[in-house]
Write a protein that binds this ligand. Structure first.
Ligand code: ADP
Ligand code: MG
Length: 315
């Protein structure tokens, strides 16, 4: 099967099933065309996933399609953007129609769930890797940036933390038990917080998605904003299954493990009170923005920068 036949068979149907009203022209021409409404800013981001680095070798295509688009869409959630469309640059060692069917079906499921239309892409032969560029829009000037946190703001996170990172220990287990399955689902099937991000767009002072671990990603907000934070580890939201499996170590995972794709946001206390109905319930307050740089962790002070990285390595 040639490059164009492959695109026609697996990705053209996906493009047709995921139309978006902003996508004026999808795959098949030299470029796609997205029409941006007046008063909107275009928000875009690209993520590359390399086999053996960002996902395991021989990773199931049924998981890879969902996970790749979820990881990319999570950046739109962190900006408070409405999803519009994406491009897919796919490098494959060979044409394996069974793999392509599973991958395209999983990608289609994610594209439908996230409201992202396939706009185009590029298909090449080589070691397996994929790049996904996502596009979204946000009301002019309302995108959530990392730089807006101010002393006195509440630090909040969505969902629960630490489980996806714990799943790395048994990705290869042939017959995972119920506990392990619940935790594996968090790795294989992340849920980018797109609706929550949009609900927070006019309220939060800063936001980031948690891909590298809470302390690392909160650290990016602190650095960009020129502030510090105090975090109460006992307040971290953690899945019961993770506590059952890891005991006290669950808190360390919640602080440092990656791959959760939850949001970490900062909000002035007044803005937190005025969040739209249903939004506050999706957040857990875990700390406070402070003037002094670094992260204060129940008495332990972690300086930002080199010392901070050192702490992560020591985990
Ligand atoms: P060009 O040479 O102009 O870059 P290509 O031959 O690479 O065009 O691709 C032809 C068309 O197929 C383009 O519209 C491109 O967006 C689309 N396309 C290529 N690969 C994919 C893919 N994996 N998924 C969706 N569309 C794709
Ligand atoms: Mg090309």
């Amino acid at each position: 099967m040639g490059e164009f036949e492959l695109i026609r068979q697996y990705f053209q149907p996906l493009a047709e099933s995921t139309r978006h009203n902003q996508l004026i022209l999808g795959p098949g021409d030299d470029c796609a065309i997205q029409r941006i409404e007046p008063g909107q800013d275009l928000v875009f981001s690209v993520d590359t996933l390399v086999e053996g680095v960002h996902f395991p070798r021989d990773y199931s295509p049924e998981h890879l399609g969902w996970r790749s688009l979820a990881v990319a869409a999570s950046d739109l959630a962190a900006m408070g953007a409405s999803p519009a469309c994406f491009t897919l640059a796919l490098t494959l060692p060979s044409v394996d129609s069974h793999w392509l069917e599973g991958f395209a079906a999983s990608l289609a499921k994610a594209a439908g769930a996230f409201g992202l239309a396939l706009a185009g892409g590029d298909t090449t032969r080589g070691p397996m890797a994929l790049s996904i560029q996502v596009h979204g829009t946000v009301s002019r000037g309302k995108a959530l940036c990392r730089s807006g946190a101010r002393p006195g703001d509440l630090v909040c996170v969505s969902g629960t933390l630490g489980a996806a990172g714990a799943a790395l220990d048994f990705l290869d287990t042939a017959a995972p038990d119920a506990l392990q399955q619940a935790i594996l689902a968090r790795y294989h099937h992340p849920q980018p917080k797109l609706a929550l991000g949009q609900a927070l767009a006019c309220h939060a002072s800063a936001a980031i998605d948690i891909s590298d671990g809470l302390l690392a990603d909160l650290g990016h907000i602190l650095q960009a904003s020129g502030v510090g934070a105090s975090v109460e580890p006992a307040s971290l939201p953690i899945m019961d299954e993770l506590v059952a499996l890891k005991g006290a170590q669950a808190t360390d995972l919640a602080l440092t493990a990656g791959d959760d794709y939850e949001l970490c946001v900062t909000l002035a206390p007044g803005a937190f009170e005025q969040l739209p109905p249903g939004t506050r319930q999706q957040l857990t307050v875990i700390g406070l923005i402070t003037e002094e740089p670094g992260i204060e962790l129940t008495g332990r002070h972690l300086p930002i920068g080199a010392g901070f990285d050192h702490f992560r390595r020591s985990q």
